[in-house]
Ligand binder design. Structure first.
Ligand code: TYM
Length: 332
């Protein structure tokens, strides 16, 4: 029998994910468990590249872990763990950083964006962030990495790093492919629909958080920026409506053509309300399951402890092999 391919992905511990995180990545992670060996991780090491309050980081990491479970990640089927529990990632990251060029890292658009947003803290971790991300993926020799479009550049870099290592030390790493869904890979801000939806947006109406209650979700959609026309259809220049159609289509399974005919002759107000209701109702089971799981601290601890054990088992083997290939003296 052919071995199952390995999937790896990670998410920052913001505590509650945005609708962009959910539709571009997390929602797809559950179904992949049936077909692949999936490894998912809450990336707390990455989080400290921007200043964090330690108590909040700890809480947000635990909440993010529970939220991934509430979104359908089954710890019996997948490896689900917290990044800082696997020191193999920074161990591998060091080796990979020596296979990464300064120029390559300087070209990363997220580095440029984040250093503009935090000019008083352009730390070395922010600069080498994509190397740690490459280590996350390569520590499991992952074949596929399900992410939204904004991570594509980081993934290209991970591929280059893997190829460079393989050239220097002999083929070892699988060169990972991005796995980007056709719809939902870039959910846009509700207030500035030419920008991606992001939790760091200053306007709280720009971003839906998946733990927002029903009223909040509907209110945010009602305030969504659209255009001065009145036709619900997908066309260039109608960024706001295109975005709402994408979101509605994912939650209802309706095609763009069907949505256009469903709302023919109706105003944007009706459409926005329908989108808000579809999203709020679609997320209801996630909210309920999260509220249940987050109470059960002992169970969560058992899950992330076992997840870390499984992650370490795989990544230690691969990291030891890499250390040997590089020429470090074996200590076993
Ligand atoms: P993060 O935490 O910013 O985002 C998690 C996932 O959500 C996707 N995403 C979006 N998709 C569609 N529309 C949006 N508006 C939107 N916003 C975010 C992201 O593309 C991502 O898939 N560096 C990563 C975390 C990471 C990682 C990894 C990912 C660390 N190591 C290894 C994959 C493999 C990040 O900050 O994602």
């Amino acid at each position: 029998m052919e071995e199952k391919k390995v999937i790896f992905s990670g998410i920052q511990p913001t505590g509650t994910f945005t609708l962009g995180n959910y539709l571009g990545a997390v929602k797809n992670w559950g179904p992949l468990q049936e077909q692949y060996n999936c490894i998912y991780c809450v990336v707390d090491l990455h989080a400290i590249t921007v200043r964090q309050d330690p108590a909040k980081l700890r809480q947000n990491t635990l909440n993010s872990y529970a939220l991934l479970m509430a979104c359908g990640i089954d710890v019996e089927k997948s490896v689900l763990f917290i990044q800082s529990h696997a020191p193999t990632h920074p161990m591998l990251s060091w080796v990979l950083s020596c296979c990464t060029q300064f120029g390559e890292l300087s070209r990363m658009t997220q580095f440029k964006d984040k250093s503009q947003r935090h000019p008083d803290d352009v730390n070395a971790g922010l600069f080498t962030y994509p190397v740690l991300m490459a280590a996350d993926i390569l520590a499991y020799n992952a074949d596929l990495v399900p992410v939204g479009i904004d991570q594509k550049q980081h993934l290209e870099l991970a591929r280059n790093i893997a190829q460079r290592f393989n050239q220097r030390y002999g083929d070892y790493f699988t060169v990972p492919d991005a796995y980007i869904s056709e719809v939902g890979a870039k959910i846009m801000s509700l207030q500035e629909p030419t920008k991606k939806m992001s939790k760091s947006d200053e306007n709280p109406n720009a971003c839906i958080l998946i733990l927002d209650d029903k009223d909040t979700i509907i209110r945010k959609f009602k305030r969504a920026v659209t255009d001065s026309e009145a036709e619900v259809c997908c066309r260039e220049g109608k960024d706001g409506i295109n975005n709402l159609m994408t979101i509605y289509s994912i939650f209802t399974g309706r095609s763009f053509d069907e949505i256009t005919s469903d709302f023919a002759g109706k105003g944007y107000g009706d459409f926005k309300l329908a989108v808000g209701e579809a999203v709020a109702d679609g997320l209801e089971p996630v909210r309920t399951e999260f509220a249940r799981l987050v109470q059960d601290k002992a169970y969560l601890k058992k899950c992330y402890t076992e997840g870390a054990e499984k992650a370490l088992k795989i990544s230690s083997r691969i990291t030891s092999k890499v250390y040997h290939k590089v020429g470090f003296v074996d200590n076993r």
